[in-house]
Design a protein around this ligand. Structure first.
Ligand code: NI
Length: 184
C-alpha cells in the first residue's frame, strides 16, 4: 500500500512552533498510514528527511536518511561513509556524548531555497522506537548527528533559524552549493 503526498507546512505557520506529543502506539493503523504518507511525500519532494509537524501532525515522529555523494550534505570524516538507510524515528531521546559542537549548513523543507549555519553536538547517542515499535539505540557523529538533532528540534517546535547564533549565515541554497564546490 502506498501513501499519499501530503502538503508541507511552511515557516511562519504556528503548527511548526508547537511541541509535539509522544506516539502512544507506533503500530496503530493511523500511525502506520502517517508513516507511509510521509514516505510518499519525501519521495515526491526528493528530500531526505521530514518530521510529522511539517505535514501538520503534532506527533513525535520523523523519517530521514543520511545520503552519500550529495555535495550539499557533506559527511564528516566521523560519519559512516555508507550513510544511514531510511529510518523511521519515533519518540526520540538524544544524549550528547560530549560538549563539542560544530557549525554546519542545514536545509529544511519548510524553508525552501535557503540554508543556514547551525552549531550542533558533534557526537550523540539517540534512542527511539522504529516503525515496528521496537526500541533502537544508535551512536551518531557528524552529519548523522546533525540530522537527528534537526528533526528532533521540529518535534519541539524549533526551526534551524531559531538555533542560529551570532556570526552564522543564512544563504540561498545555490550559493552554498557553489561555495562547497569551490572548496572541494
Ligand atoms: Ni527541517
Amino acid at each position: 500500500m502506498t501513501g499519499k503526498v501530503l502538503k508541507v507546512v511552511m515557516r511562519g505557520d504556528p503548527l511548526l512552533q508547537k511541541k509535539s506529543v509522544d506516539v502512544q502506539d507506533p503500530l496503530a493503523p493511523d500511525i502506520q498510514t502517517l508513516i507511509r504518507d510521509m514516505e510518499a511525500t519525501i519521495a515526491h519532494l526528493k528530500c531526505s528527511g521530514l518530521a510529522a509537524p511539517q505535514v501538520g501532525v503534532a506527533l513525535r515522529l520523523a523519517v530521514f536518511r543520511v545520503m552519500t555523494g550529495n555535495p550539499l550534505y557533506p559527511l564528516t570524516p566521523d560519519d559512516d561513509p555508507k550513510g544511514v538507510d531510511w529510518t523511521v524515528m519515533i519518540n526520540p531521546k538524544i544524549t550528547p556524548l560530549s560538549e563539542e559542537k560544530r557549525v554546519g549548513w542545514e536545509p529544511c523543507q519548510s524553508i525552501p531555497g535557503m540554508m543556514g549555519q547551525v552549531a550542533r553536538y558533534h557526537a550523540i547517542q539517540y534512542t527511539f522506537l522504529n516503525r515496528e515499535g521496537r526500541e533502537e539505540t544508535r551512536v551518531a557523529k557528524g552529519f548523522h548527528a546533525r540530522v537527528v538533532q534537526h528533526e528532533t528540534d521540529h518535534l519541539d517546535g524549533i526551526l534551524f533559524p531559531d538555533r542560529m547564533e551570532e556570526g552564522c549565515e543564512l544563504r540561498p541554497k545555490e550559493e552554498v552549493l557553489a561555495s562547497l564546490r569551490v572548496a572541494s
